[in-house]
Design a protein around this ligand. Structure first.
Ligand code: HEM
Length: 476
């Protein structure tokens, strides 16, 4: 366990292990009975209680949810997200949640999503995969998936397709700006706040990058909002009919509320819409694309699982019209995706501070000066939670004796968060991942480029540090 040095606290141990921070946390969690208090240098007032104890997770995320809002410290770190769903509490968060639920949970949303995803497969993914396969070009599959999900989330949220997934692989500043923002948000989580605030004041280093990325995102989103305003000023009224909600995009839905003065944001005008859109970009782009990348990486190491998925697909024809019925038959594929999410959850940790002092089920006292880190990566790899074979990629873990999907409580399988702030895009993510996975597995062979290093990066989203270089060919 890390030594607590006078003045420096446990910072030396953290710095020494920063290059292998994920594995280091697994080790510390295993030998400290699933919860450990890291103490920072004396002048920083930094106390991090890291935990992977399911009882603590259940307590913080569900049972005593009201005592663990996102809070002002996190608001500062995530300031680029403004008043969007990720960065708000209480009424504003409830408003977003209601709006997002009414959109994503609308009965017509599923077929809308399936159609948009299928369009992108046919007009984006397949042409690009055929192009790289015919010309024997090595491709970064992680980048390709990020392009796919960026295009689809823009389409769903704003009805605008930036077409980043195409054979010329265009470099989109808005997509790059999202990467930069995520990197700096992680940095802000790990250095003392006085350090990053000083850098922000001087406009240097990571903070300079953050400011520029923020501007790029603002330019992109505000432009889309004004385009939408022009296009739809006379159409908005027509969309008010509940049945039409899903033939519109999320932005239109919010604009209708705005016109009717139903927003909780006061008179912020386009700023509230901008915050909403940006939060959905963050929610829907990297989470799904990162999972797909790790899923295909795991498949490349486990040919047996590919054979099992192919076997499951043998007697099933999947297309855009029957996807809803067929999807529930893809039990093994579903298990394999859950297994990828367990081993490589795209959101690696969740940071929480109590409003009032509290006692966790593990017996640890927490107070408002502390940050509680729920380490989702380590949680998926704990022997005491998942058994001695926890490091193995075993889709069978998710299948019951009756051949159905085995349900695991969200405070144990935490990839989609737990409690009232559970991910709203879970079904959307599974739908997209299944469409993409079946298309690739049925039609292509993927081979990882030899000696290409695949290691997790250190950020708020678990990407592959050097991308995922593969060679692709059409299967016969
Ligand atoms: C494999 C894919 C995905 C994973 C693993 C995932 C995971 C998560 C996690 C861990 C959170 C909690 C984040 C936090 O509060 O700090 C979250 C929240 C959320 N996710 Fe997802 N997500 C995925 C895909 C999506 C997609 C495609 C959407 C659709 C746009 C989406 C929409 C949301 C929303 C709106 C929230 C905020 C919920 C709230 O605070 O009430 N997610 N997701």
């Amino acid at each position: 366990l890390p030594t607590n040095w006078p003045l420096l606290g446990m910072l030396p141990a953290l710095l020494k292990n920063v290059h292998r921070i994920h594995d280091y946390f697994i080790q510390v969690m295993e030998i400290s009975d699933l919860t450990f208090l890291f103490k920072g240098p004396w002048f920083t007032n930094m106390y991090l209680l890291a935990t992977v104890d399911p009882a603590n997770v259940h307590h913080v995320m569900s049972k005593n949810f009201v005592n663990y809002p996102k809070g002002s410290k996190l608001n500062e770190i995530l300031d680029v997200l403004g008043d969007g769903i990720f960065n708000t509490d209480y009424q504003v968060w409830q408003y977003h949640r209601k709006m997002a639920q009414s959109f994503l949970g609308h009965p017509k949303f599923h077929s809308f999503l399936v159609n948009k995803t299928w369009d992108k497969v046919q007009n984006g993914l397949i042409p690009v995969l055929d192009h790289v396969s015919q010309n024997s070009i090595d491709v970064d599959l992680q980048d390709l998936f990020a392009r796919f999900t960026f295009d689809t989330i823009c389409t769903i949220v704003m009805d605008y397709d930036p077409r980043s997934l195409s054979v010329d692989f265009p470099c989109l500043p808005s997509s790059k700006a999202l990467d930069d923002v995520e990197e700096v948000i992680f940095y802000r989580h790990v250095v003392p706040s006085c350090v990053w605030k000083f850098q922000r004041w001087l406009d240097i280093g990571q903070e300079k990058k953050y400011r520029k990325a923020w501007k790029t995102l603002d330019n992109f989103i505000y432009k889309c909002i004004s385009m939408k305003r022009e296009q739809s000023s006379n159409k908005l009224k027509q969309k008010e009919d509940d049945d039409d909600k899903v033939s519109a995009d999320l932005l239109t839905l919010y604009m209708i509320q705005d016109e009717n003065h139903n927003t909780p944001s006061g008179n912020q005008g386009d700023k509230f819409l901008r915050d909403t859109i940006l939060n959905f970009f963050v929610a829907g782009r990297d989470t799904t694309s990162a999972t797909l990348s790790w899923f295909f990486y795991l498949l490349s190491k486990n040919p047996r699982v590919i054979s099992m998925i192919k076997k499951e697909l043998e007697n099933i024809t999947i297309n855009r019209t029957n996807f809803k019925e067929v999807s529930s038959k893809l039990v093994y594929l579903h298990g394999a995706l859950c297994e990828a999410l367990r081993l490589y959850p795209p959101v690696v940790f969740e940071a929480k501070s109590p409003v009032e002092s509290d006692m966790l089920p593990s017996g640890h006292h927490v107070n408002p000066n502390m940050q509680i880190i729920l380490d989702m990566y380590a949680m998926g790899r704990m022997k005491s939670i998942w058994g001695n074979d926890c490091d193995e990629f075993k889709p069978e873990r998710w299948i019951s004796e009756q051949g159905k999907i085995r349900h695991e409580p969200s405070y144990k399988f935490i990839a989609f968060n737990a409690g009232p702030r559970t991910c709203l895009g879970k079904d959307m993510a599974f739908t997209q991942m299944k469409i993409i996975a079946t298309t690739i597995i049925q039609n292509y062979v993927i081979q990882v480029v030899e000696e290409h290093p695949v290691i997790p990066n250190i950020s708020i989203i678990l990407h592959m540090k050097y991308g995922f270089k593969v060679r692709i060919r059409r299967s016969r």
